[in-house]
Unconditional design. Structure first.
Length: 556
């Protein structure tokens, strides 16, 4: 995120786990509304996710570029709007740290994001009041953070497993050019899916009939939080206890590292396929890779690190914090955009993550099979790129040809994503006598242009694919921008107090007996102190309560 050529991440005080950490550079991707309908973002929203699930949203990154909406209170919000709320908060943090307005941004995205998802990300930036100067692929950002651009040449693989998405990219550095050779991934595979498997196992072992209603949002969030805690504990300890408390009852289950390995085995197997696909597409062997980089918080799991080490026969690199490495790389990319004098110039090339093609009919004996897919630009082709294919009329006297454009990898277009269509008028001739040269041009901004030339007539037809299905139209963006601007942000000077109240509420729900009584007393006392509006006293009380809560917080 840029401001007059200076780039740094502003610190903020947050409470993480059982201790109060003085500094955290992470803003959880959680947004919501408080009880007064004001916007809350990050750590506060994450705390309220468990106590107020109907007013809080997470994991919306998975639904970028789709028309899916998440209900917060009385209104539904698209993923672009929820992301804009997050970006708006980051923008304010940057402005506070820099002491000046911020208007432009570099935003990192998974390498396997589709065109629609990338356009939706740009829309989110626009809704947040930012001009998105560049979208940088997360693996490229990670490589920049590791300083790999300073080498003369190298091949490296970036294994990026976050909370909600997974992608793997193979990059080649040669003579100052960093090129993505291949990308593959799964936009619905991440740490949250590991947690869901643990939750399902817990429910199956305890028995759904004996548990409280596990479809209630509050119970679901509590189980997911406990699963995340257990996953983190099992990363260091041989055994962890998975427990759920509700009213005056508690249900518990002991889990070992071996049991967890069996539970999540299907997800570990799913991680293999994108790796193998990227290696095939890049036409590279394991021995040709100079380095393996681990990115994303879920790569902290020993099971994941062990899998990667076994696949590549070496210990992967994890010198930088996997939660921060992409942000650090994005900051370097922002500095490169601003031509910062301290940075060596590097040329970054990108690839088209999905195959782009058109619908055709293929002759099968005496009949034609409709709905077949003709790839024109193959996935992992370096962009910008232009490719051409020649097609012919099917029927005698055919006067019209419909060009239907798709994105995807399936042999049949019904399993791919429709992008647009173009109707071409042709002179009536015998079948196969009229040819059409179909050219696809794909640029660095994710814009696809389809051009059809009819040699027999000399005519040329063009179609620019700018808005994919599910992407907001300009007039919709304007409407939603006005609605977001009307949404009040929770006062910044009150957020640390709201965070503590949210934490107390969560711990009260998770506790029983004497612990619950003590937490209730602390919450009531803190509310009384807030009513005095005595800032020194509020700060003192807040610090004392935060220290006492270290004993109660069950988060690992």
């Amino acid at each position: 995120m840029g401001g007059e050529g200076r780039y740094r991440t502003p610190p903020c005080s947050v409470i993480v786990g059982p201790r109060l950490r003085a500094l955290s550079f992470l803003t959880p991707s959680v947004v919501g509304l408080d009880d007064q309908g004001q916007l809350v973002v990050g750590t506060i929203a994450r705390e309220r996710l468990h106590t107020h699930p109907h007013l809080t949203a997470s994991l919306f990154k998975r639904y970028m570029g789709s028309a899916r909406e998440t209900q917060l209170g009385t209104r539904g919000y698209r993923a672009e709007e929820l992301s804009a709320m997050l970006l708006r908060s980051l923008k304010e943090d940057a402005e506070r740290a820099l002491g000046e307005p911020v208007h432009e941004a570099v935003i990192s995205v998974p390498a396997y994001f589709s065109d629609a998802q990338r356009k939706a990300t740009r829309t989110a930036g626009e809704l947040a009041g930012l001009k998105v100067e560049k979208l940088v692929n997360e693996p490229t950002a990670a490589a920049l953070a590791y300083g790999l651009q300073q080498r003369s040449e190298a091949n490296f693989l970036v294994f990026d497993l976050g909370g909600g998405t997974f992608d793997v990219s193979i990059l080649e550095l040669f003579e100052g050019v960093m090129e993505i050779r291949a990308s593959a991934g799964d936009n619905f595979l991440g740490g949250e899916d590991f947690d869901d498997l643990l939750v399902a196992y817990f429910i199956s072992r305890i028995g759904n009939a004996d548990l409280p209603d596990t479809t209630q949002p509050a119970i679901v969030q509590r189980l997911r939080r406990e699963a995340q805690r257990v996953r983190h504990v099992l990363g260091q300890a041989p055994v962890a206890r998975f427990s759920l408390r509700e009213q005056d009852r508690e249900w518990g289950l002991e889990l070992s590292q071996g049991e967890m390995a069996e539970i999540v085995k299907p997800l570990l197997e799913r991680l293999r396929a994108p790796i193998e696909r990227a290696m095939r597409d890049a036409r590279i062997k394991v021995g040709d890779l100079d380095e393996i980089l681990l990115v994303g918080g879920t790569t902290r799991m020993p099971l994941v690190r062990k899998l990667v080490a076994s696949l590549f026969g070496r210990i992967p690199s994890m010198q930088l914090d996997p939660d921060q490495v992409v942000a650090q790389g994005a900051a370097i990319q922002a500095a490169l955009q601003a031509r910062h004098a301290s940075l060596k110039e590097v040329v970054l090339t990108d690839v088209c993550p999905y195959t782009l093609g058109m619908e055709i009919s293929v002759k099968r004996g005496a009949t034609f099979q409709n709905g077949c897919y003709l790839p024109i630009i193959e996935r992992n082709t370096v962009v910008p790129v232009s490719r051409v294919q020649t097609v012919y009329t099917l029927h005698d006297g055919q006067k019209v040809l419909n060009l239907n454009i798709f994105q995807g990898e399936s042999r049949l277009v019904r399993n791919n994503i429709f992008l647009g269509d173009l109707e071409i008028t042709v002179p009536p001739r015998k079948a196969g006598e009229v040819s059409l040269e179909v050219r696809f041009t794909y640029d660095n901004n994710g814009l696809l242009e389809a051009q059809v030339h009819v040699p027999i007539t000399g005519e040329t037809h063009q179609l620019l694919i700018e808005n994919n299905p599910g992407v907001l139209a300009p007039e919709e963006i304007a409407q939603r921008l006005a609605a977001l601007q009307a949404l009040k942000v929770h006062p910044r000077d009150q957020q640390v107090n709201t965070l503590l109240i949210a934490r107390l509420d969560r711990l009260y729900q998770e506790s029983l007996g004497e612990s619950r009584t003590l937490i209730a007393g602390m919450a009531n006392h803190f509310q009384q102190i807030l009513d005095t509006q005595d800032e020194p006293l509020i700060r003192k009380t807040r610090s004392e309560i935060s220290q006492r809560l270290a004993h109660f917080d069950i988060e690992g």
